[in-house]
Design a protein around this ligand. Structure first.
Ligand SMILES: [Zn+2]
Length: 454
């Protein structure tokens, strides 16, 4: 058994001092406060917090970061013009390239304090149109194994170009699968998963999946206990198209036709009316917010100020990976609300400290989105944790009240010393153990995929 003594640790009950964490076979088996100097600790750490779940990732889009920040020449740039650039990249992606890009993204996630990632994946066919789903999953699994991150693989059904366009566009053909072969792929992946890999299921969006197929996906999730993720109401145009085709807004339509419960993770859910906000909060589903990507794409603003007091649950995701830093996501989550409401500390609902409240919420919401019933620094939870550098100036003079406020609001870097996943150290001395090889392979993959900018 590994034993870590934390001078300060964030337990489910709050901050505690002199915490002895016992770790065996990838799991926390002991978390006892008030143990000042155990004789046999393997490591004495300053500050320990639980690792977070990155609840929405398209790992391959890490290759696009910084490459879409110029005018496209198509008039006013939007999500839809960005999507054209994303399609160009998916047109070239192969399993080898996916492994290199995803490994880079996952390595950066670990160094920033994410210990799990829910990978929302729908590039299933090779450029010739052949089913490549198993090889693409293997590429992601390899990237997760190499980096050491915990992977929640979410194969995602994609069938059509829009509500009234039953076929995919030519550039969407790499995504499209018949529902039968999709479910067979999901089952093979789930049967082969173990250790740090689990398998959920997803549907791309209401516009890309028919109602009968969504019923098949929901039935598989309910039958297997898998979490079910779906993009929803990210763009106003999607809301308008849904109103035109289904005579209802997307979230209203979903809540009325499906038993949306704790197993569901609604990604973005940006455009909600008041009744949708209230009823979605009451459903128990978790909403995955991706503030850096939503800001980068100009999506709009989620009504967090109404959702949280109504009992809403949230997780965070880095989505397109323009930023890989959970604390920056949470900072932007709060700042966007401040800019909109012209007030401060908007997301403090139950705790006067925004940092503590948001961290607690997304720790629990991320575990829910990942289908993990046990989480945090507690017996029975996975041994996924982060050791902060207690000597870093960012944390000087901060105690239980403001430590997490400092992490969110006083810098863009995170003073992380070590990160453990499943009982193994993957970051030490502030650096991922395989950082150099990963960066070299990533650069080579970009060159091979023709992603070098002039
Ligand atoms: Zn997404």
């Amino acid at each position: 058994m590994k034993r870590i003594l934390a001078r300060r640790a964030l337990l489910p009950t709050g901050w505690a001092e002199d915490v002895l964490l016992g770790i065996r076979e990838g799991e926390i088996v002991e978390a006892s406060a008030g143990v000042p100097s155990p004789p046999d600790a393997d490591l004495t750490a300053g500050i320990v917090i639980p690792g977070l779940t990155n609840a929405h990732s398209h790992a391959f889009q890490r290759a696009l970061a910084g490459r879409t920040e110029h005018r496209s020449g198509a008039g006013r740039d939007s999500f839809w013009t960005w999507r054209e650039r994303m399609y160009e990249l998916t047109g070239r992606l192969d399993p080898r390239g996916l492994t290199a890009i995803a490994r880079q993204a996952y390595t950066e996630m670990l160094a920033a304090g994410y210990t799990s990632v829910a990978e929302f994946h729908y590039v299933f066919r090779d450029p010739a149109g052949r089913d490549d789903a198993d090889a693409m999953f293997e590429a992601l699994r390899q990237a997760a194994a190499d980096s050491g991150i915990r992977l929640i693989y979410l194969p995602v059904l994609y069938e059509r170009a829009g509500f009234d366009r039953p076929a995919p566009e030519p550039r969407q053909r790499r995504f499209a699968m018949e529902v039968e072969s999709f479910l067979a792929h999901q089952e093979r992946a789930a049967d082969g998963a173990s250790g740090r890999v689990t398998v959920g299921i997803g549907a791309h969006s209401l516009r890309a999946v028919s109602e009968p197929s969504l019923r098949r996906v929901a039935a598989r999730a309910a039958g297997s206990g898998a979490p079910l993720h779906i993009h929803i109401a990210e763009q106003r145009r999607e809301v308008e198209d849904c109103l035109a085709a289904c005579n209802a807004r997307p979230v209203r339509w979903l809540l009325e036709r499906f038993d949306v419960d704790e197993a569901w993770c609604l990604v973005h859910a940006t455009h909600l009316d008041d009744a949708e906000t209230r009823d979605l909060a009451a459903s128990g589903a978790v909403v995955c917010l991706c503030p850096s990507t939503e800001g980068n794409l100009g999506d709009g603003l989620f009504p967090l100020e109404r959702f949280l007091p109504a009992g809403g649950r949230i997780a965070i995701g880095s989505d397109s990976h323009v930023t890989i830093n959970p604390f920056e996501e949470l900072r932007w989550l709060e700042y966007a609300q401040r800019l909109h409401s012209e007030s401060r500390n908007v997301t403090s609902v139950e705790d006067p400290h925004v940092g503590r409240e948001l961290f607690r919420r997304v720790l629990a919401g991320g575990a829910q989105a990942a289908g993990q019933s046990r989480f945090g620094l507690a017996p029975g939870a996975p041994a996924d944790l982060v050791v902060l550098d207690a000597g870093d100036p960012m944390l000087a003079g901060h105690g239980p009240a403001t430590l997490l406020d400092a992490l969110l609001f006083s810098g863009y870097r995170v003073p992380i010393e070590r990160v453990m996943v499943h009982g193994e150290w993957k970051v030490a001395g502030g650096r991922h153990v395989d950082r150099t090889r990963t960066a070299r392979d990533f650069a080579a993959a970009l060159a091979r995929l023709g992603m070098e900018s002039p």
